[in-house]
Design a protein around this ligand. Structure first.
Ligand SMILES: NC(=O)c1ccc[n+]([C@@H]2O[C@H](COP(=O)([O-])OP(=O)(O)OC[C@H]3O[C@@H](n4cnc5c(N)ncnc54)[C@H](O)[C@@H]3O)[C@@H](O)[C@H]2O)c1
Length: 338
């Protein structure tokens, strides 16, 4: 059994700021019993330090790289190997978080973890649309850090196509990864988040953030599988928010505009620019550049969304203690809420 959540909760309460508690085999400087009596002595210890609880060793560290409240959180980013997820993982590490990079592409997750620092990240191979795989991810997080403060449910796919022609398999794959997976991720990781609230005596709020899309707010021509799954995601966000509020878990969505520079759009073989050119979605477009110009001209701010734009929304949501169940557009003015 991992004592990390209880140890971390107690430290959250006594230090008033987050710490990272990881299982280790290092030699302890302080031995504590399972009930953690005597843990007050930790306040005077210079961190990082190795502490044994009931014979199990944990490294306790804190971060001082930033004053932002996000610093020191333990986060998981699904789909963290590339695109928005990779940018989010990097931004969170830069802010002093410990980040699980969880992706179907295990090699990509491992490479991103090595690039960002193996002391501040941990790669996990996961299929977010498979319940056993998501449960195994939760178990791994429980084993390594015990605690978790921030879930960024970001993994997603696009299968564009006309409702008159799209095959059911493509529609269902989109639904499984963009919609069903958010249920699985919340089901299996929500408990770890709730425990932070409980063990901190109700003093600590945690977050689930779904990276949704502007296509979760307005329909998308010849892209119904995607838009439908993203609209559904907003319904899950609102409903999970109502339930999880009693566990100190805020649940919100971020709805970015198009990330033209990321691989989803710009991949030269299977990127959306190529897909939309080939499906004839943009009337009169003859090149990828024509498709890009068509989309950029729809944005009042005349550019696509970037990882930094999405990160600023994440910081806002985490720091804002008085909001839940919202869908926050990050679209350069392309989608305006009523
Ligand atoms: N790119 C955009 O223009 C844009 C705009 C708005 C919203 N979004 C949303 O942002 C999120 C990320 O998009 P992106 O553009 O970075 O995509 P991307 O294709 O560049 O990266 C997606 C990542 O998710 C991983 N992934 C795919 N299926 C998975 C699964 N079943 N389990 C675990 N990991 C899986 C992939 O391996 C990949 O690393 C998606 O939810 C997408 O809908 C993207």
């Amino acid at each position: 059994m991992s004592h990390a959540p209880a140890l971390r909760g107690l430290l959250l309460k006594t230090l008033g700021r987050p710490v990272i508690v990881r299982a280790t085999d290092g030699a302890p400087v302080l031995d504590l019993p399972a009930d953690l009596s005597g843990a007050e002595a930790l306040v005077d210890l210079e961190l990082p330090a190795v502490v044994a609880v009931d014979g199990h060793s944990y490294e306790v560290s804190t971060t001082s790289r930033s004053e932002r409240e996000i610093s020191g959180r333990v986060a998981v980013v699904t789909g963290g190997a590339q695109g928005f997820g990779a940018e989010i993982a990097k931004g969170l590490v830069d802010q002093g978080c410990f980040v699980y990079i969880a992706d179907l592409n295990g090699d990509g997750a491992a490479a991103k973890s090595a690039e960002l620092g193996s002391d501040v990240t941990h790669p996990i191979t996961v299929n977010v649309a498979d319940e056993d795989s998501v449960a195994a991810m939760a178990a791994e997080i429980e084993r390594v850090t015990g605690g978790l403060d921030l879930v960024v449910s970001n993994a997603g796919i696009v299968r564009a196509g006309s409702v008159l022609e799209q095959d059911l398999g493509a529609f269902q794959l989109s639904t499984d990864i963009n919609y069903v997976a958010f249920f699985l991720v919340t089901k299996h990781l929500g408990g770890l988040l709730a425990r932070q609230h409980e063990t901190s005596g109700g003093a600590w709020l945690t977050d689930i953030i779904q990276i949704n899309s502007k296509s979760g707010l307005v329909g998308s021509n010849k892209n119904a599988a995607y838009a439908g799954s993203k609209f559904g995601g907003i319904g899950l966000v609102q409903s999970f928010a109502l339930e999880m509020v009693e566990h100190g878990v805020k649940v919100n969505a971020i709805c970015p505009g198009n990330f033209y520079d990321g691989p989803l759009w710009s991949d030269p073989v299977k990127g959306l620019f190529v897909q939309y050119l080939e499906s004839g979605k943009v009337p009169g477009a003859r090149t990828v550049a024509d498709v890009k110009e068509f989309y950029e001209s729809k944005v009042p701010m005349r550019r696509g969304a970037t990882g930094v734009d999405v990160l600023r929304a994440i910081y806002y949501i985490v720091e804002q203690a008085y909001e839940t169940g919202q869908a926050l557009p990050v679209t350069g003015g392309q989608v305006m809420m009523n």
